[in-house]
Design a binder for this molecule. Structure first.
Ligand code: SF4
Length: 376
């Protein structure tokens, strides 16, 4: 039997560290003349090692450059990694291998876009988040109006036809009118995939510290819900399908990398802080550039199939069952789970279905991560 496989490459450099971000990323000060040659050399070794875990049943379906800000990387990084992967999987790929890269407007110049496209990247995802300078300021992001206004035209001119953007809602200062204007702009510009995330305060980020210190305020749950409702309504009306809690696409433009991940397919991840899931194991690279470059502190743990499958199926909006939960929690937790399950349905977060099955309501989906946490 053939199994579709994804490959993830973490390119960690960013212009600045955004206040809300808990991904592993490195600021500009780490970038000197040696950075990319040295990092690429390590990536190639890492790739070679992890490809040893792949067998003949694995068929290459997707390559994804994430970060960090991949558009800060030189074109040769994409060229060399894509070349090696394609060479290795020659004759063992699906018809159209999706090759995605994330980009931010400031580093996505016409030259960079062309270099990425020529290297084989065939899907680009731009981290827009918002086009409102005040909102971007709250999020601690840099903003160049010129770059924001031109990035989608640059993507099209380079040859990209699969173009996605990331937006964040639930941000103080973001009005419903501005949110709708951003969504309309994306639709007019021919974007065919939108990831619309609700702002979450992650522990250890600058934004969480600022909110705790009351230097910045957080948005009320009611306002967050209104933002979310506006996004769902506008994108549904525009013919986008919601195929995951926060992801919307025109039919045929879903991100295969995302789908493989949530369908519990294997993937290998290379780069600092990258994760892999292949065979029965999960592998985590260290969240330290020095450790990664030196090949230290990699962690290997057994996969927990039922739990991982459950999380993926929630993300893909599939109905859930308590019997499946029974396989991943102990009986004491399950008693609590049942109580939580009834409480959450009374609060309007879950719809109860027959046979102890349930599905998230629209309201529940907004808080799916925390509900999942409460249930498991
Ligand atoms: S650009 Fe993206 S990865 Fe980099 S710090 Fe900002 S949110 Fe994080």
């Amino acid at each position: 039997m053939k199994t579709l496989l994804g490959i993830y490459i973490h390119l960690p450099l960013c212009d600045v560290k955004c206040a809300y971000c808990d991904f592993f990323s490195l600021g500009r000060r780490h970038e000197d003349a040696n950075f990319w040659p040295q990092y690429l050399k390590r990536l190639k070794n890492d790739l070679e090692d992890k490809l040893k875990l792949v067998d003949n049943s694995h068929v290459l379906a997707s390559i994804f450059f994430g970060g960090g800000t991949p558009s800060r990387a030189p074109g040769y990084v994409f060229e060399e990694i894509i070349g090696r992967v394609k060479n290795y999987f020659s004759g063992r790929t699906i018809h159209h291998v999706e090759i995605s890269a994330e980009a931010n407007p400031e580093s996505f110049t016409a030259e960079k876009a062309l270099a990425m496209f020529k290297a084989g990247v065939n899907r680009i995802n731009l981290g827009i988040q918002s086009r409102d300078p005040e909102v971007l300021h709250y999020l601690g992001r840099i903003y160049s109006k010129k770059a924001y206004d031109s990035c989608l035209a640059i993507a099209r001119a380079a040859g990209f036809t699969r173009i996605g953007i990331d937006l964040i809602h639930g941000v103080p200062g973001l009005s419903l009118k501005t949110l709708a204007r951003d969504l309309q702009w994306a639709l007019q510009e021919g974007v065919n995939h939108i990831s619309a995330y609700s702002l979450t305060l992650e522990e250890g980020t600058a934004l969480t510290t600022q909110v705790k210190a009351k230097q910045k305020h957080n948005l009320s749950q009611r306002r967050q819900y209104l933002h979310y409702q506006t996004t769902v309504a506008l994108l549904t009306e525009a013919g986008f399908q919601r195929y995951e809690i926060s992801n919307y696409a025109k039919p045929g433009y879903e991100c295969l990398h995302n789908v493989l991940y949530w369908k519990y397919r294997p993937y290998i991840g290379i780069g600092v802080a990258a994760h892999s899931f292949v065979g029965d194991s999960r592998i985590a690279e260290p969240c330290s550039l020095t450790d990664y470059l030196n090949g230290h502190n990699q962690k290997i743990e057994p996969a927990i199939p039922e739990q991982d499958f459950h999380i993926g199926s929630v993300r893909l909006l599939l109905p859930q069952s308590l019997s499946r939960l029974k396989k991943i929690v102990n009986s004491e937790t399950l008693l609590q789970t049942k109580q939580n399950y009834l409480k959450l349905s009374a609060q309007g977060y879950l719809n109860l279905l027959s046979g102890e099955r349930f599905q998230y309501t629209q309201q529940g989906l907004l808080y799916a991560d925390s509900i999942l946490h409460e249930l498991t």
